[in-house]
Design a protein around this ligand. Sequence first.
Ligand code: TRP
Length: 451
Amino acid sequence: MAERPAAPESDTRWRSGGGFMLAALGSAVGLGNVWRFSYVVGENGGGAFLLVYLLALLLVGVPLLVAEFALGRAMRRESVAAIRRLAAGSPWRHIAWLSLVAPSLVLAYYSVVAGWVLRYLMDFSFGPPTAAGDHAAAFSAHVAGTLEPLAWQAVMLGATAAAIANEVTRGIERLNRVLMPLLALLLLAMLLQAATLDGFSRGLAFLFRPDWAALAQPRVYVAALGQVFFSLGLAMGVMVTFGSYLPRGTALHRPALAIAFGDTLAALAAGLVIFPAVFTLGLDPAQGPGLAFVVLPEVFARIPGGRLVGVAFFLLLTVAALTSMASLLEVPVAYTIQRFRVSRATASWAWMLALFLLGVPASLGYGAWSRVRDAAGRGILELMDAAAVDLLLPLNGLLLSLLIGWAWNGRRAAAATGIRPRWLAWLWLGVVRFLLPTLLLVVLGAGIARL
Ligand code: TRP
């Protein structure tokens, strides 16, 4: 197969490190930080989960992020081609498929949740207000619908496909540059409000005081590692592609650490808004994927000017979701254009249709097909999420770390990171060669045992 040409030298490079950081952070910060982080923390016992999450972030997330950036930069290719090039001639090249399958599967159900966000934006903007106390019922009623949630999902996917088809992702990124700091400010303001709640200290304790008994449960480790992959956008080909636009020579551990830090800060801010409210209102922190969609509107319904805050919040979250969706869709689209020589528009709309259809069961799982559940009571969306995040991503992370750590000449790989002093680059290589495969294998085993 013909290889994709190297990234053009001039205009697709990031002009500044800051521009790159904001773009990578923009794709990292999304529904994962607000919706997924809060519900997974809530289901896995709070503080114990957070502790494992932070460990996994430093031990697995950051080194793997460096590895993906380094691979993309050294190969000067988007992810599928970069992996194939490094693995040229060996069966390892087939693992490139995982970097295509994983983002597609994630995008299919991510767009369902993004549709919920858009629907809330519309409700807060134009709908009649829902009374305080009624938001749990309102959420259940909305997601149980058939056509309406599917329509919102289609709108979000359509907007993403339009952006990718017309190559306006640069524009979205610029928009993001303004709106993301606004989202941070809004979360900060909501945090100050949360600090006045009766349940604030219980919320803090839930989030920061580890319940040590929870550490004995394997599922906490599986969930924490999966969330690290999801939230940083790892093992989905995106960060390899980002790396291919980086100028040579700069050290990669600094942007990787900064992205991990910023992404975690956004998740913690959301957690610090959500959990105090959960305990103040007497809600269940372990209620699953609806958590943020029930708790935050309850908060907005109770504070002065809450309606406006709600509009602003859901608007910013819609944009955050769109930037993440655009990064995800770009992976299969870029591959399809080059492999089948179709136009960007054809590839974008064909993928949008396929991913919409793949997402339909996830949406219906809350309504017409709500009886489809596993023994643990997880519905279709949660099962797709578990398959992608608890299995596919760690599996792809494992294979990627083996490929990058072992198929690449060690000296070249270490040099490709640009990390100085030398020993630090070798430490990174050691982590990629030994620690990552070991940890990922263990957690993957635990994930499979949970199926
Ligand atoms: N990290 C994004 C979020 O937190 C979602 C996501 C998953 C993503 N994988 C990605 C974004 C890959 C961009 C690239 O919502």
